[in-house]
Structure formats: structure tokens, C-alpha cells
Design a protein around this ligand. Sequence first.
Ligand code: SF4
Length: 104
Amino acid sequence: MAYVITEKCLGEQYAQCVAACPVECMYPGNYKNEPFMVIDPELCISCGACQPQCPVLAIVDSEDAAPDWAKVNKELAPQFKNNPKVTPRPANDPPKKPGHKLGG
Ligand code: SF4
């Protein structure tokens, strides 16, 4: 089981989670022409360190909690893996997309 990044990250990419991950398995990229992040399910150890770092609560704690997004994370991880790291957005930066809000 791995943690999963969901729709709330799409268009946001705060990337606050990256520094918290002990196994460096969170990668940035573009999905549907919007900035996004994924978790590599092959490497994630389900430690939970990333989850509280996300300002919009985009991370869920299992593949079962968001099976469609789990599939997206899994498919994109090999493509995003070698992308250059991105500079995190401030955690209090307002979300860019309507429907997303700080604190979930
Ligand atoms: Fe990384 Fe832990 Fe989050 Fe998995 S649960 S992505 S290992 S910080």
C-alpha cells in the first residue's frame, strides 16, 4: 500500500510534501497540462510524513481511498521520476483553482 496524491494537487503543486519524504518518492510533473505531483508506489513506505504537509489535503493514506488517482500516480511515476525538482510554494499561498481551499 502506498499513499496517493489526488485531484486537489492538480493545478496546485505546492510541493511542500517533498522535503518530508524519507525515501524521495514524490515527483513533480504535468498532468492534463496542469502542474501535479505523484507518489511512486514502488518506493513509498507509507510512513505518513507527507500527508500533514499538504496545504490543500491532497494526499490520502492508501490506494483504496482513491483508486482512480492511485492508478494515475502509478502510471505517471516512471515519467515524472527524473523531472527536475520544483521550488515549493508557500503553504499559505491561496489555491489557484476554484474548489480547492487551504486546509482541504
Ligand atoms: Fe514518502 Fe512517507 Fe509520503 Fe510515502 S507516505 S510518499 S514514503 S512521506
